[in-house]
Design a protein around this ligand. Structure first.
Ligand SMILES: [Ca+2]
Ligand SMILES: [Ca+2]
Length: 505
């Protein structure tokens, strides 16, 4: 299963956005009908968290049948019956399924889909507040991944743990040595989030997660104001989503060499450590070579941060925004002067390389964010915008993130660029919707690679912004299908968010 940082970011954004109110869930445990037990062979695939009453609701059946029922788990009554769609084979999952559409059921409650009262799905709920808890949990996942930070029971519950990796004595690796910071020089680079499956800290992928949280705050500042997730900073007045992203943003700032503006590619052990708790993982930590990609992703994220913080009511964030903008400019200048410093692991380093040799997209993203942050649209390389390669954003493909920022810009000066960006974005979103409408699993995903759940989430973000721009409900219906996929309506039958979903691993 893929439960990495990018997935949490994107899932968090989607869930938060489709939330229609800010009420806290007041779930009351009810005694369920004893006869209804879930089928553990996963013959019926459902979103195991649930749906808002007015959303599209689709389950998948892995066998042919004339009729399916939706049954209220409290009293065992059938509340809706329907006829499944056509049986279709999906090459990517290697199975055949048909669609059970019960969108017309809008009554709040807890349900299972059943066939002939014998085969029943895992439970799901229809409620206006259905995504409140999982939205908070998705953001909380970042807190649980904090590096150099003790997680206390008060905030982490059963995931409480001691802190590790203070990263206050980080060694400059030979690949990163410079006159003023020679090999063996010690720098301090604390904080940040651990990566997907190890304790190292990488610029190119945590930058895109940080950007996504900034984007979320930019799009929904009022919603973020009221979102409290019980982290140590919940008592302050700053929105928790900003408090959390600041953990990584502040770490990123320490990864820039103040002497020349270049950004180290990663902070890492020489090799991946064993599966041990953070405080037991005490191997020396290094910063390795600066890279063009890291410097550009850094510049873009800092540019975005400066735009978000500029609008903040908190003076300390306004001040930080100015620091971010200066850091962004220095990193961008360094990248322009070193346009092809592609990262490659030195021979004694074997942790994730996250190497990328196509940097037009990173150059475009950084230039766009700087242009919007500094109000100088002439910085945008129009050629790169018009010849834009359209694909889902990823750590090695950040061009689309620049398109998102431009599409949502409210700067009058950016109008001409915004129009081009929106056209690109809507064209891509239409393609994604088309794929999902023809997909047996009803998703836009038509490939699987490492971190594929983040691709599902990022495709959903594209469609979500297409909905925001156009108001066309078809995009939102497709986003719901992506949410369903992540929450259990996938070939594994698992909800991909830890702690949610009836199916247990
Ligand atoms: Ca707070
Ligand atoms: Ca690239």
């Amino acid at each position: 299963m893929d439960k990495n940082l990018k997935t949490y970011t994107t899932l968090f954004l989607i869930l938060a956005v489709i939330l229609s109110n800010y009420c806290t869930s007041s779930a009351v445990k009810q005694k369920n009908n004893e006869k209804l037990k879930p089928d553990t062979l996963d013959q019926i695939l459902v979103n195991q968290v649930g749906y808002q009453p007015n959303s599209v609701k689709i389950a998948l059946l892995r066998f042919k049948t004339d009729k399916f029922d939706v049954v209220n788990v409290k009293n065992g009554r059938v509340v809706f019956s329907g006829k499944p769609g056509q049986f279709k084979y999906w090459q990517l999952s290697g199975d055949s399924i048909c669609i059970a559409d019960f969108s017309k059921l809008i009554t709040a409650g807890k349900y299972r889909i059943c066939i002939n009262e014998t085969i029943c799905s895992y439970e799901f709920e229809i409620s206006n507040e259905i995504y409140n808890d999982i939205t908070k949990a998705s953001l909380k996942a970042f807190y649980l991944n904090r590096s150099g930070f003790e997680l206390t029971k008060e905030f982490a519950g059963k995931w409480a743990r001691r802190g590790g990796h203070p990263d206050t004595s980080v060694i400059v690796h030979s690949s990163a040595a410079s006159d003023k910071r020679p090999e063996g020089f010690i720098i301090s680079s604390p904080g940040g989030w651990y990566d997907a499956g190890d304790y190292n800290k990488y610029i190119v992928n945590s930058a895109i997660s940080t950007y996504t949280l900034l984007l979320f705050h930019q799009m929904y500042p009022e919603y973020c104001k009221n979102l409290k997730i019980n982290i140590p900073e919940s008592h302050n007045k700053i929105p928790d989503v900003l408090d959390e992203l600041l953990v990584n943003l502040r770490w990123m700032l320490t990864m820039q060499d103040p002497l020349d503006g270049g950004v180290y590619h990663k902070l890492t052990n020489k090799n991946f450590c064993d599966f041990i708790m953070p405080e037991k993982a005490t191997d020396p930590r290094y910063v390795v070579s600066k890279s063009t990609a890291a410097s550009l992703d850094f510049a873009a994220t800092m540019g975005m941060a400066s735009r978000v913080f500029e609008r903040s009511e908190f003076p300390q964030l306004k001040t930080l925004g100015k620091v971010c903008l200066e850091a962004a400019k220095k990193a961008y200048s360094w990248a322009k002067a070193n346009p092809a410093l592609y990262y490659k692991n030195p021979s004694d380093i074997s942790t994730g390389a996250y190497d990328d040799t196509e940097l037009d997209d990173e150059f475009f993203w950084a230039a766009t964010e700087l242009a919007l942050a500094d109000n100088d649209l002439s910085l945008i390389p129009k050629k790169l915008l018009e010849a834009h390669k359209v694909m889902v954003p990823s750590w090695d493909y950040s061009g689309m993130t620049g398109i998102l920022s431009l599409s949502l810009s409210d700067k009058p000066k950016a109008a001409e660029y915004k129009k081009i960006a929106q056209k690109i974005l809507l064209g891509y979103a239409d393609k994604l919707v088309n794929v999902s409408e023809n997909s047996p699993y009803r998703v836009s995903l038509d490939f699987f690679k490492w971190g594929s759940n983040s691709d599902v989430g990022n495709m959903a973000i594209i469609k979500l912004i297409a909905y925001k721009i156009s108001g066309d409900i078809k995009y939102l219906a497709s986003v719901q299908c992506d949410v369903d996929y992540l929450l259990g309506r996938n070939a594994t039958g698992y909800c991909f968010v830890t702690g949610f979903g009836e199916k247990e691993s």
